[in-house]
Design a protein around this ligand. Structure first.
Ligand code: ASP
Length: 373
């Protein structure tokens, strides 16, 4: 080759680099933008002994380091960034923190196509249902965590985080509200609950079953959620719980009381005297409570406390056609989920009929009746 071709080759190389640099943002922009919001939990935990997944310190690792550990693989499925909301165990979050989390997720979703929220698993179902009820955006919101700390041998942390990013990036759960991705399973935030203290398959949607699976690159959705039907009509898809308009001070105290054989009245009476605005009863069978509790409930209703009746059985409806003022049936909502819904309903309206309507309508959405063919 004559030496004179070298400058031409250099020019071509520089031009190629320029073109690549110009195209790079376009290629990156073509990827779904996923924000991973870190809140702590076991997924961010460190085990001093890698063989002991029980005794460890949770909420240690920054979410940025965890996502960076999964590069370059995550880079192949999405344009991922992180946001550290806080780094704590799930039980250390207050309702005021939940309010702030909703606003933070909303803010992140303004520039991202989907969000993954990592949390501790103990109250992940409450994080998930809260976000399900309050996030205004229809973009995918996927919650995940881990039963074994990040550094333990055979931890579920890395695969859960990776699969959640993969699911969020796919856009498949748009308009589903929040979903939980754990153990390769996709669950509705409304339905899922933690069923075991230690097992990696702890999350279950009980009789309703999971929505689908993430099996490597294959994402399978077997069923939908009723809310998905309203996707085209966002004013109906959204709940009335717009936290940009509901100040944190407006969120009232709502508590849960469980019934059992000969349960006493004191818990209900004490909560009512403490100024609690709502109480969810976790009753026996289809919502029954002891006679003593029933009398305390009647007295508390007279003081203005609103009750939601749920069951301690873990599945099945608390339903019926008659109505008692001040007592709303919770359908098949678990007590801890009904509590969040009642809290938000009381914050959004001071009218008892509207509160009852919100609990019924947003707590137990159904698919619409089939149109005659
Ligand atoms: N105690 C932890 C938490 O909920 C448990 C976990 O993350 O699995 O924060």
């Amino acid at each position: 080759m004559p030496r004179s071709s070298s400058p031409r080759r250099a020019l071509v190389a520089v031009l190629a680099l320029l073109v690549a640099a110009l195209l790079a943002p376009a290629v990156a922009a073509a990827q779904p933008r996923v924000v991973v919001v870190g809140t702590g939990g076991t997924i961010a935990g460190v085990a001093p002994d890698r063989t002991n997944p029980i005794e460890y310190q949770g909420a240690q690792l920054p979410i940025k380091d965890m996502v960076d550990f999964l590069r370059p693989e995550v880079g192949a499925v999405a344009d991922v960034r992180t946001f550290q909301f806080a780094n704590r165990g799930s039980g250390a979050y207050s309702i005021a923190d939940f309010h702030a989390l909703t606003l933070a997720v909303e803010e992140q979703l303004r520039s991202a196509d989907a969000a993954v929220v990592t949390t501790g698993t103990d109250t992940m179902e409450e994080f998930a249902y809260w976000l399900d009820l309050t996030v205004r955006s229809a973009k995918p919101v996927v919650l995940t965590g881990a039963m074994r700390p990040w550094t333990a041998i055979s931890s579920d942390a890395q695969i859960n985080l990776f699969n959640s990013i993969r699911l969020a990036a796919s856009g498949r759960t748009r308009c589903f509200g929040s979903v939980v991705m754990m153990n390769d399973e996709i669950h509705a935030g409304r339905d899922v609950t933690k069923t075991s203290t230690t097992r990696t398959d702890t999350f279950s949607s009980r009789r309703k079953g999971e929505l689908g699976y993430v099996d490597g690159p294959s994402i399978r959705l077997d069923r939908s959620v009723p809310r998905r039907e309203l996707c085209a009509d966002r004013s109906r898809w959204r709940t009335p719980f717009d936290l940009s308009a509901i100040p944190v001070m407006a969120l009232p105290r709502v508590e849960i009381v469980k019934s059992y054989q000969q349960a006493g009245p004191e818990a209900i009476t004490a909560f009512a005297d403490a100024g609690v605005k709502g109480i969810v009863t976790a009753g026996t069978g289809a919502g029954g409570i002891s006679s003593a509790m029933g009398a305390a409930r009647t007295a508390a209703v007279a003081k203005g406390v609103t009750f939601v009746s749920t069951s301690r059985t873990g599945s099945g409806q608390v339903t019926g056609t008659s109505s008692t003022p001040g007592i709303v049936r919770g359908g098949d909502l678990l007590p801890q989920k009904a509590r969040l819904l009642l809290l938000l309903s009381l914050a959004a309206s001071g009218d008892p009929a509207t509160v009852a309507d919100y609990v019924t309508r947003y707590g137990n959405p159904e698919f619409s009746a089939p149109v005659d063919d």
